[in-house]
Design a protein around this ligand. Structure first.
Ligand SMILES: [Zn+2]
Length: 150
């Protein structure tokens, strides 16, 4: 699994922003899979260590969110993206791809709904419209005001 996926989605996004905004001041490799770096926070600089092979085991950051926990924080994600910029690109590509899929799905759904509505008889349409109007007060009132004119 990719290192950044051990973080919450929010920390992934924020870590990506930190990386993009050059909050990672410096980093060096300590061991095969372990890196240490300094990452700018809001008011101070944090000491960050990440183990890209064992995220939860050996990753540390002295920010209030992560210190003494196994949480993968935004500073760790930022450090990871600074060391492996291609992974940052991969992260964004995945987000784009996901958004595209959601859009496609919503489009498909709308097409299906339109097709279904076209197949309904006038009687079925009347009943469905009334049913919708009865369920939403403001829609009911607007319908009467704007279309019935009463
Ligand atoms: Zn942190």
């Amino acid at each position: 699994m990719e290192y950044y996926k051990s973080a919450s989605l929010q920390s992934q996004f924020r870590g990506y922003d930190y990386f993009k905004n050059d909050k990672v001041i410096s980093f060096k490799q300590i061991d095969d899979s372990i890196y240490h770096g300094k990452v700018k926070g809001n008011n101070q600089v944090y000491d960050v260590t990440i183990d890209v092979l064992h995220p939860k085991k050996n990753s540390h950051c002295n920010c209030p969110h992560a210190e003494g926990t196994k949480i993968i924080c935004k500073h760790m994600v930022a450090l990871y993206f600074a060391i492996f910029p291609l992974k940052a690109k991969q992260f964004m590509d995945e987000i784009d791809e996901h958004n595209r899929e959601v859009e496609e799905y919503e489009h498909e759904l709308e097409m299906k709904m339109r097709k279904y509505i076209k197949s309904m008889s006038k009687k079925e349409l009347e009943e469905a419209l009334l049913e919708c109007l009865y369920q939403v007060d403001w829609l009911y009132n607007n319908f009467i005001r704007d279309r019935v004119g009463y």
